[in-house]
Ligand binder design. Structure first.
Ligand SMILES: [Zn+2]
Ligand SMILES: [Zn+2]
Length: 424
């Protein structure tokens, strides 16, 4: 996915007159920018992986200290949930940042590069935490101006560990004392112009599942395949049949990606092995399609194996659900972003991305949205910047101020819309 760059670089000034955005937010966000960049760099230097991120949690707790938030930490994971109460009772909006890094050795040459070999904030979660702390700071200073509550969800284990699901099980959606009415998250994106926001109603990101097929044949001497049942050509045929199955079983306006990324068999050139194995990923944008393809993977594997007198075992490991944006909330984000950052900053994402997000668990339970925040480094064009998860991924830190303003503005706009009181 490479949406056309449409917006100017940077963060425009305060909202134009006659708009619904709380005035002054971009200016206040820019005032917090230096602090946000410093926090982001501190987090970037010391990345941690998985569900247990004690040093990361410490930095977040220290940064939130003194803001008058009600803070809870996780039991099964090192999460931080912070609740800000406004001047009066009202609805609850949840804002989320993920906290974990990836098993990647950093190759950016940055002065604040990871000090831990083999671990890097290559998905920008360091920027997410820094922006959410900034939004908390900005909103805490305005707590007398709004009714309702804002829950700040700092979540470990986004990269495959289902951290959001763990936090839901530990009550993050009820952290304010009543159930969250809406939820919002930003994900930085180095391949979109810095300071721009991109989202769409409906699927924004895909469901991601892993599959594995083991073909059972019968080994033997490589010179006499007729005395064996060779699983290698069967596995190869299954790879091709799976690709054909995807193209032939989906409507043109339905999307799925199936990639076989591992194919293993055998130990020696003179030996036909007993088994061959293939594994890969399945990405889908609709639950019925997802279920249908799970069944089809097994059917194709069993059928092709049977055709050659072999057998196959197929297993699918269910990953994150589809990330689905609520239509009304998407509209609110687009309007608020345009009012706060300027019309060019709010962009309708032309197509979903086939990457996956565990914020999908939150959006399955609460209406809301996930949006991409463009953060293309200043010395690159969006299409040529190193992508998320790359060892060379870098961000334009100027985008942090835009992200802080956007998160705060969306929270205020949602609360104002629910209570009928415009934020002052
Ligand atoms: Zn990631
Ligand atoms: Zn990420």
């Amino acid at each position: 996915m490479t949406p056309p760059p449409r917006a100017a670089h940077g963060t425009p000034d305060a909202a134009p007159p006659g708009t619904t955005a709380a005035p002054g937010l971009p200016r206040e966000a820019r005032r917090l920018a230096a602090e946000a960049v410093a926090l982001r760099r501190a987090l970037h230097r010391g990345p941690e992986q998985g569900l247990d991120l004690p040093a990361t949690q410490r930095l977040v707790l220290d940064a939130l200290d003194g803001l008058g938030l009600e803070i809870r930490t996780g039991r099964a994971l090192s999460s931080v949930t912070a609740t800000l109460a406004g001047a009066a009772d009202g609805p609850t909006v949840l804002l989320r940042a993920d906290m974990d890094a990836l098993p990647v050795t950093e190759d950016t040459g940055l002065s604040f590069a990871s000090r831990t070999t083999g671990v890097m904030h290559a998905c920008g979660h360091d920027a997410h935490m820094a922006m959410l702390v900034g939004a908390a700071r900005l909103l805490a200073a305005r707590r007398e101006t709004f009714a309702g509550r804002v829950v700040f969800m700092f979540q470990p284990g986004e990269e495959g560990e289902h951290g959001a699901r763990h936090m839901i099980e530990e009550g993050v959606l009820e952290a304010s004392g009543s159930r969250a009415d809406a939820a919002f998250a930003l994900h930085v994106h180095p391949n979109l112009p810095a300071g721009t926001v991109w989202l769409r109603p409906g699927p924004q990101m895909a469901a991601s599942d892993r599959f594995r097929v083991v073909v059972h044949g019968r080994g033997g001497h490589a010179s006499a395949p007729h005395t064996a049942c060779d699983p290698v050509p069967v596995a190869c045929e299954i790879v091709l049949a799976l690709q054909t199955m995807v193209t032939r079983s989906l409507a043109a306006d339905d999307s799925a990606v199936l990639s076989v990324t591992r194919l293993t068999a055998g130990t020696a050139t003179g030996v036909i092995p007993d088994t061959a194995e293939l594994a890969g990923t399945l990405r889908t944008l609709a639950e019925p399609t997802r279920q249908r393809l799970h069944e089809a993977i097994a059917r194709v594997a069993h059928g092709v194996a049977a055709a050659h007198g072999a057998t196959a075992e197929a297993t699918v490991e269910t990953g994150y659900p589809v990330t689905v944006n609520d239509t009304a909330f998407t509209d609110l984000v687009l309007r608020t972003t345009a009012d706060t950052l300027g019309p060019g900053a709010a962009n309708l994402l032309p197509a979903p991305q086939m990457t996956a997000e565990d914020f999908s668990y939150v959006l399955r339970a609460v209406p809301g949205a996930l949006a991409f925040l463009g953060a293309c480094p200043p010395d690159r064009e969006p299409h040529e910047a190193a992508s998320l998860h790359s060892s060379r991924m870098t961000l334009d830190e100027d985008a942090l101020a835009a992200g802080i303003a956007c998160e705060a503005a969306v929270a205020l706009a949602f609360l104002a819309g629910r209570t009928g009181e415009p934020a002052r």
